[in-house]
Design a protein around this ligand. Sequence first.
Ligand code: FAD
Length: 853
Amino acid sequence: MASRWERLFDSVGHFGRFQACVYFASAFQAISCGIHYLASVFMAVTPKFVCSVPGNVTSILFSNSSSSRIEDIWTLWTSTKNYIVVQLENGEIWELDQCSRSKREGSLYLAYEYSGNKSVFSCSDGYIYDHTKWKSTIVTEWDLVCHREWLAKLTQPTFMLGVLLGAVIFGDMADRVGRRYIMWFTSTGQFLFGIAVAFTFDYYSFVIIRFLLAMVSSGYLVVVFVYVTEYVGIKARTWASMHVHAFFAVGVMVVALVGFLVRTWWIYQIFLSVTTLPFVLCCWMLPETPFWLLSEGRYEEAQKVVNVMARWNKVSTPCKISELCSIQQDDLVRCRTGDNDTSTAKKHSILDLFYNWHIARRTITVWLIWFTGSLGYYVFSLSSVNLGGNEYLNLFLIGAVELPAYVVACIGMDKLGRRNTLTPFLISSAVICALIMLIPQDFSILSVLANMAGKFAIGVAFGLIYLYTAELYPTVIRSLAVGSGSMMCRVGSIVAPFCVYLTSVWIFMPQHMAKRKIAVVGAGLIGLSTAVYISESISKCSVTVISDKFTPNTTSDVAAGMLIPHTYQGIPIHQQKQWFRETFDYLFEINNSSEASDAGINLVSGWQIFKTIPDEVLPFWSDVVLGFRSMTEEELKKFPQHRFGQAFTTLKCDCPSYLLWLEKRLKGNGSQVYARRIEDLWELHSKYDIVVNCSGIGSRELMGDLEIYPVRGQVLKVDAPWVNHFIRDGDGLTYIYPGIHNVTLGGTRQKDNWSLSPDPRSSKDIFDRCCALEPSLQRAQDIKVRVGLRPSRLAVRLQKEILVHDGKNLPVVHNYGHGSGGFSVHRGTAKEAARLVGECIAALEGSSLKAKL
Ligand code: FAD
């Protein structure tokens, strides 16, 4: 814009009533540019899906959940590696994966696990989609999944290609035919193409019409910048041109809102396109800019526009175009006589942006900033919906954060200067990008906040670069520089969607690390408590418990569940004490909560009595239990056969209540539980990254561990609610343990005895011994006999092992061999096992990172 023409604004005002109306009307339409640029984030969503089947489905099975409706399964189906098992009306059983399906041969029994023959087929009957979030998207409409997935991924880049072309074509046309014709044409085109997209009949027509939509949208955006700068005087121009971006950002927010409200892609598209309508109906009222009219020599029309401006702005004497022109003519004469070299008629090319080293360096820097700005802008915007949490809110916030960014950019430019504002914001956006990679995927709030901070920083830099570029170059190559910069910007916006897609193939920092699949073998006390600990303490994993027996059929169900530690010969005492303390504290907390009765935990006081004074009168656990003290003479009189005693209060777990509570907690965490016998841990290799072996006495066979042996225990579970103190003979053989539902009377200790059949003689012996200690037990009712094999070892096996087979590794964490004291230390050993699992995960991440690098 020639500087002389600027005098026009001195006369009619830089941003009067007229300019305000024209500005807000034309910038309003930039909202729909923001809308169409980002609309694909929800339109091209890929929901959960699996292959369809040839027939009607009667039952569906996913892990241990069954249903007759697939809708119920989607909430459980968390990983694309999982499959769904369905049974058809004709009895056939199919396993449905995402991009293939297999028919189970010769099996009519519906079970999740299957090791027989299968025939694999492609998805020739289409796909079943999860419609809970989106009723339909272009992906579900045209099956853009599996081998057609790339088509869905191309929708945004092809749109951006249209943006590039539209900017070039309409930018040039606006100079030839005038700003307002192009604004009419492009905004009408936005409305018509926007609506037409909703009615496209296949993928290709969709892409073509969106390409045209992209061209007109970017055409409008390019021209509206010129339009507002030609109407707004220099004093308000920075703010005015900068805030056109803010209208674009409002468009992004509208996408989030409409996406939240409308879940069918074509209705969503119609709603978004209707935003253009008010402008389309009024745009013909917008006048041409006086500068373009003057450049075309249409002085009278220009004067008319100036007069209208003056009238609206309440200026009584508008400047005369003829006066401005005479000054301009003087300039021209001077220019032609060589007084001013800026008006040289020489044509300039892109090479002029590199005509000396100084300008070349500047051009490269400016191009890089345009590219980075646009790349960052679209990567932050497009990826916001993948950050976890509420995707609609994420996108809304990502749009909203731009509004203050432009205010900061304007203030920064005025107060600090262009470079001092641009540089720190560019650097901080880069630093934020690096930090985002380090945020674990589960921390969605942190990721959204970091993304917003990054978008804010890049918004400031991106908003500023338009004006800054124009100011960095001499007049003769200014528009060339801005044009080439905006080309770089388009390249950035075409590349951006690919960067967002990269996250699914490039696992790098913790942000994108895969969830590790962990199988826990064994659903006794140790298996369930370890699985609970892992699932609650390690965020990047999914836990599955696999066991051949569950409560009430495990050894753990037989146990009395008293927290009185057994001493393991092969483990340092401080370690055993720590395990006991951790277990005691954990159960004590449950006991003091509303969960206590569900979990079957209660506090119980009583006596441990000895016929002779023991070597260790103060056991290592004495300061963990409550109120530990020696028994008084008075108390000992109750047990005339015994010379010494200890009184204390401890905790008791009632099995199976406690196991059921653990299982419920586990399922509540999203973990799965399957019934299956494992013959060899290698069976689990194909599906799981890490196996935790909690198979108790089963480890003798499963691991070939001959160090573990059974110590047979027989107990009686009786109904004697009046007994509320425990009595334990110091030798550990005879005990009376009152619990929430019954009293456990024990017991036997028969090393290497594998028999699970109750022995009537042992039962009588137990009963007699217990009655000798507590005669009232004679009246006990409902006597049940239970037998269990204590999984005994010199030391609990709590260690990592890497199984190697055919050059493949399977990390295993062992946690078994708790013998007579499993209940007393289960939480402590579960914690240790979870720590070892964490080490295995770290090792796996390390090796996968190395492999990728
Ligand atoms: P289990 O409960 O036996 O669980 C092992 C699990 O592994 C089972 O679910 C099994 O089905 C599964 N499994 C095994 N092999 C395979 C395979 N190949 N494939 C798939 N799954 C497999 N401790 C105390 O602290 N206090 C007490 O008061 C107490 N009293 C007891 C009284 C008696 C009579 C007995 C027998 C034990 C007592 N204990 C007590 C000890 C305690 O019960 C055990 O230490 C504990 O139950 C061991 O738990 P676990 O999970 O290792 O074994």
